[in-house]
Design a protein around this ligand. Structure first.
Ligand code: AMP
Ligand code: MG
Length: 506
């Protein structure tokens, strides 16, 4: 089948294209169209065969009911029975808009549209193109999201084309959608009404209008082993090809944990994706890093989420680490979709960060021009299981000075360089609970411990790796003394590497 693609702009609608699309639907065909939530795959909701075609095109299980889209309030009475007053109030307040209500169905609605259920889900979309199409199609358009089953929902016509080209009759290209997440679904057949799927219309928005609103316990969290009440929610929905892992906790810890996890994954040879936000993106280094939006304005995150999941698919990443979001307002819907995409794989940031004892290692010498910088550079060249910021500092640095020339000569002979190094004085401001200070001799260690307190981690390098002695300063001696110093440091750094790596073993 050749799929016709026609562009139509919300502000400058192509009436002819929409009429053509309506005629296709009336004849039992399939048309993908923009709504304010995601692109829908439309069919005539009252035509049983058309529903069957929808399931076939999406590769969707036929027990997963479709939402019937209407454009006028009068249309509701033909397809739903026992419409409660609260539904009328919700419609007055939130229709047209991203709210789907579930009612007992009338005889007019075939069971193939409702996946065999006696209830029908109904929504009146706000998108003008969608409304015009629904009217052109006779008033009742069933539409699930216009993606291949299991893939992230489409938020652009291009996403639809990638999934369904050749399988449907037409795509109405209305550009990018506004909201980016599927509608809120609320079951109006129970008292109080119950949210089966969170969306842009939240419980806090509905409660002032109709009073209490319940939330299906399967909406968030992996603890429940009950089947979700919206049949579609039981599938591992919206899923990217890669394994998606949500990292939960406060944002500072989440960033540290993701950095740690990425470092480990990249070291294992995996291609890693990171879902970062505008506020955190600058803290990540390794992997394919994508900005899904701003924490300040979570609507941007909702709008980008599915597109970013698709981009990760295109980049063929093996694993995606995602930050988590507060579950208030639209955040509830964002976390719900993320959890579905992750198949409920969640990990606590604190649990991850507690696996790493130190994050920064600083080698302390007198002048920071020879032993310290050598040790730091040697450690940077080791295969460390965890990521460390590695530096060196001096106890008596009066002005920035480059590294000793003989030290640089022996480093060069081992294919390393300290050419970029400038001596820096040790300062109290750098001390925190995650820093490991390794000095060259006991007097440096004692000085730090006596000046800055005993609860900081300061050791001589030799002591820390369990050998006797100190590292002598080769200053003023011949080149071969510098060579010997580097060799001794190199042995100690091997032992240090082993010790640090043992922390990552649990
Ligand atoms: P989609 O628009 O692709 O997200 O699919 C429609 C969603 O609405 C699916 O999650 C369905 O399970 C849900 N749905 C449709 N009809 C009903 C219904 N009668 N009762 C409960 N959920 C429904
Ligand atoms: Mg869907």
């Amino acid at each position: 089948m050749k799929t016709i693609i026609k562009k139509t702009d919300e502000k400058n609608k192509d009436g002819q294209a929409i009429q053509e699309a309506g005629a296709i639907l009336k004849a039992g065909g399939l048309v993908a169209f923009p709504t304010e939530t995601v692109y829908g795959l439309g069919a005539d909701a009252l035509n049983a065969d058309a529903a069957a075609r929808t399931y076939a095109a999406k590769g969707r299980p036929s027990d997963n009911p479709l939402i019937v889209h209407i454009a006028d309030m009068d249309a509701l009475e033909k397809i739903a029975v026992d419409i409660p007053w609260s539904a009328v109030r919700l419609a007055e307040n939130f229709w047209p808009g991203p709210l789907t209500m579930v009612f007992d169905k009338s005889e007019a609605v075939p069971y193939s549209t409702t996946g065999g259920l006696d209830t029908v889900a109904v929504r009146m979309p706000a998108n003008q193109t969608a409304q015009e199409l629904i009217r052109a199609a006779g008033g009742y358009v069933s539409a699930p999201s216009a993606n291949t089953s299991g893939r992230p929902s489409p938020t652009t016509a291009e996403h639809v084309r990638v999934d369904l080209d050749g399988k449907i009759d037409m795509i109405l290209d209305g550009g990018s959608v506004e909201i980016g997440l599927e509608s809120t679904i609320v079951d109006m057949t129970v008292e109080p009404p119950m949210i089966l799927r969170p969306g842009a219309v939240t419980a806090e928005m509905m409660e002032p209008v109709i009073g209490d609103v319940a939330i299906d316990e399967t909406v968030l969290g992996s603890e429940s082993n009950k089947a979700p009440k919206a049949p579609g929610m039981k599938y591992r929905h919206y899923a990217p090809k890669a394994k998606l892992i949500i990292v939960e906790g406060n944002i500072k810890e989440v960033v540290l944990a993701i950095r740690q996890l990425c470092y480990a994954s990249v070291r294992e040879g995996e291609k890693v994706g990171i879902m970062a936000t505008g506020e955190t993106i600058c803290y990540y280094r390794h992997g394919v890093i994508k900005n899904i939006g701003s924490r300040e304005n979570e609507k941007t995150i909702a709008r980008n989420l599915y597109a970013v999941l698709r981009e990760f698919d295109d980049e063929d990443v093996d694993v995606i680490y995602s930050e988590s979001f507060a579950i208030s307002g639209i955040g509830n819907a964002i976390m719900n979709r993320l959890e579905k995409a992750a198949g409920h794989l969640r990990i606590s940031a604190r649990e991850v960060t507690s696996r790493q004892k130190y994050r920064r290692i600083v080698f302390v010498s007198d002048t920071d021009t020879c032993r310290g910088p050598m040790a730091a550079e040697l450690l940077r060249h080791r295969d460390l299981r965890q990521e460390y910021v590695i530096d060196s500092r001096g106890m008596i640095v009066l002005f920035p000075e480059p590294v000793n020339q003989k030290a640089e000569a022996v480093m060069k002979s081992a294919r390393m360089t300290l050419a970029e190094h400038m001596a820096t004085a040790f300062s109290e401001a750098e001390i925190d609970s995650e820093i490991l200070l390794l000095t060259m001799n006991t007097s440096q260690k004692k000085k730090i411990a006596s000046e800055y307190g005993t609860d900081i981690s300061v050791y001589t390098l030799t002591e820390y790796v369990g050998v006797d002695g100190e590292i002598l300063n080769p200053y003023g001696k011949a080149l071969n003394s510098y060579g010997e110093c580097m060799e001794k440091l190199s042995e100690l750094i091997d032992k240090l590497t082993e010790k640090l790596n043992s922390f990552a073993e649990e």
